[in-house]
Design a protein around this ligand. Structure first.
Ligand code: HEM
Length: 476
């Protein structure tokens, strides 16, 4: 119900934008646009566009039907916004890589305020480049390899607690906790338990309110989330103050955020640091949790594949003195089959099904006009599920990654200047969790419901309810 109210109010909100939208303008910025036509497709009903068609079915079927009818680029109108959808690798590359300067990231204002307007993914240009270098460095292989023992500790505590509880758990929900803890580790290194709990408690409220209707009415999920977001700033401020007082020069992400200076010697403000920390936790949590939940489902559904993955992992376990030594970075690079399972999982699940940009000028693409102000959406999932690039795309087949995919056809982490800087960390977390899961535990999916649930990322139905056992105490 809340979603319907949300959609209707959004539609009303966008009316003003739409009414002032110069659909029929004869304009003249940069190049003669009258020579170009808009992409094929339908703008749907006045104002509402095709919002109801999109929301009343699986969004991927909506896009696929359009792609079959109109081809690699088509127009539509969603929530009052005219959009150009791009379903080919070339078109996605045009927007995200070769002509990225003509398109800016675009998010609803309420989301920007919730995460914090200084988070890097809202930006383009000099600020974005500076922040991105730093974040990329903090999440690069040479940095995250040092996190392996910490991630192993988090993975084993989680697995032990699921097994010890004897209860059916919501796998996605538990994976959210796992990826949050790894996120905290990568940002703060070791963080005092008290701070971690406070961050977790308030972040959970923000997360709950993030997709609710944006209203400042006290008691609403959105309002509670805004209050919790303010408290997060206070907690982060305390952590920063403590670090400065103790003159701790740590080499974690927070350390880098505190030390970076621009060409004038200016450091980042506390708001800029806080927004980027919350932004990274936000970008990391549901995506990684959804990814690992899908991997568990795909392995569970294919017992032969699971046995082969177990054999690969068991060999590492034995060479580590029966699991008594920590995994090494080199070992994680040799998990060939498990790694292909991850890649195929990323393709099948296509967790970020598409992304948004906005044209900052009138743009011409293959004879079509994308007018300034239009939203532009590269459709990653459509590309990942196109039989032209991935044969039998609905089959889960890790062996397809024995050969590298064609250029620009595989973009689970995006492409270009905003591509995911956390991709190596996400894969490392998954490898470590799977290693410990298959060498020491057994799990069983409960219930027979299959299908996808969107929240908004695709997750197996009900978050994949499952029960876990330690192998030593498995029921026969
Ligand atoms: C399987 C898990 C993940 C997936 C599928 C994923 C996917 C993506 C995608 C597709 C983008 C580009 C979005 C766009 O172009 O609009 C992105 C950006 C980003 N991701 Fe991830 N991500 C994952 C995990 C992570 C992790 C673990 C972190 C950090 C620890 C992270 C941090 C970020 C950040 C900061 C950006 C914005 C980069 C920028 O704007 O320059 N992500 N992610």
């Amino acid at each position: 119900m809340e979603t319907i109210v949300f959609i209707i109010l959004y539609v009303i909100l966008f009316l003003s934008t739409l009414l002032s939208y110069p659909f029929l303008r004869k304009q003249k910025r940069g190049f003669p646009i009258e020579r170009y036509k808009l992409p094929p497709g339908s703008m749907g009903w006045p104002y509402i566009g095709e919002t109801l068609q999109l929301y009343s079915q699986d969004p991927n079927i909506f896009f696929l039907t359009k792609q079959k009818r109109y081809g690699e680029i088509f127009k539509t109108q969603i929530l009052g916004c005219p959009c150009a959808m791009l379903a080919s690798p070339e078109a996605a590359r045009f927007v995200l890589v070769t002509h990225a300067h003509l398109f800016k990231p675009t998010y609803p204002k309420s989301k920007e305020m919730m995460i914090g307007p200084w988070a890097l993914f809202f930006h383009q240009g000099e600020y974005h480049t500076r922040l991105r270098k730093l974040v990329q460095y903090s999440l690069a292989p040479d940095t995250i390899r040092k996190l392996i023992p910490g991630i192993e500790h988090i993975a084993l505590s989680a697995l032990d607690s699921w097994a010890a509880s004897g209860q059916v758990i919501n796998t996605f929900y538990e994976m959210k906790k796992f990826s949050f803890d790894v996120g905290i580790l990568s940002i703060f290194g070791h963080l005092d338990g008290g701070y971690k709990e406070k961050l977790e408690e308030n972040y959970r409220i923000v997360d709950k309110g993030y997709n609710s209707f944006p209203t400042k009415i006290p008691g609403s999920a959105h309002h509670k989330a805004l209050q919790a977001r303010k408290r997060l700033n206070q907690i982060l401020s305390e952590i920063i103050r403590e670090r400065k007082e103790k003159r701790l020069v740590e080499k974690d992400l927070l350390g880098h955020l505190l030390n970076v200076k621009d060409e004038k010697g200016e450091t980042l403000t506390e708001d800029q640091i806080a927004d980027n920390i919350i932004g990274i936790l936000f970008a990391a949590q549901d995506t990684t949790a959804s990814f690992i939940t899908w991997i568990l489902k795909f392995l569970h559904d294919d017992p032969k594949l699971l046995e082969a993955v177990k054999a690969e992992q068991k060999a590492m376990y034995e060479s580590n003195n029966g699991g008594k030594e920590h995994l090494t970075w080199a070992q994680t690079r040799k998990m060939t089959l498990t790694y292909r399972v991850l890649l195929e999982g990323l393709r099948m699940a296509s967790i970020i099904s598409f992304t948004f940009r906005e044209a900052v000028v009138d743009v011409e693409y293959k004879g079509y006009l994308i007018p300034k102000g239009w939203k532009v959406m590269p459709l990653f999932r459509n590309i990942h599920h196109n039989p032209e690039f991935f044969s039998d795309p609905h089959d889960f087949d890790p062996s397809r990654f024995e050969v590298a995919p064609k250029p620009n056809t595989f973009m689970p982490f995006g492409n270009g200047v905003h591509a995911c800087p956390g991709n190596e960390l996400a894969k490392l977390e998954a490898l470590i969790l799977i290693h410990h899961l298959v060498t020491k535990f057994r799990w069983e999916v409960v219930g027979s419901e299959s299908g996808i649930q969107y929240g908004p990322f695709p997750v197996p139905q009900q978050g994949l309810p499952a029960r876990f056992w330690k192998q030593s105490s498995c029921p026969s």
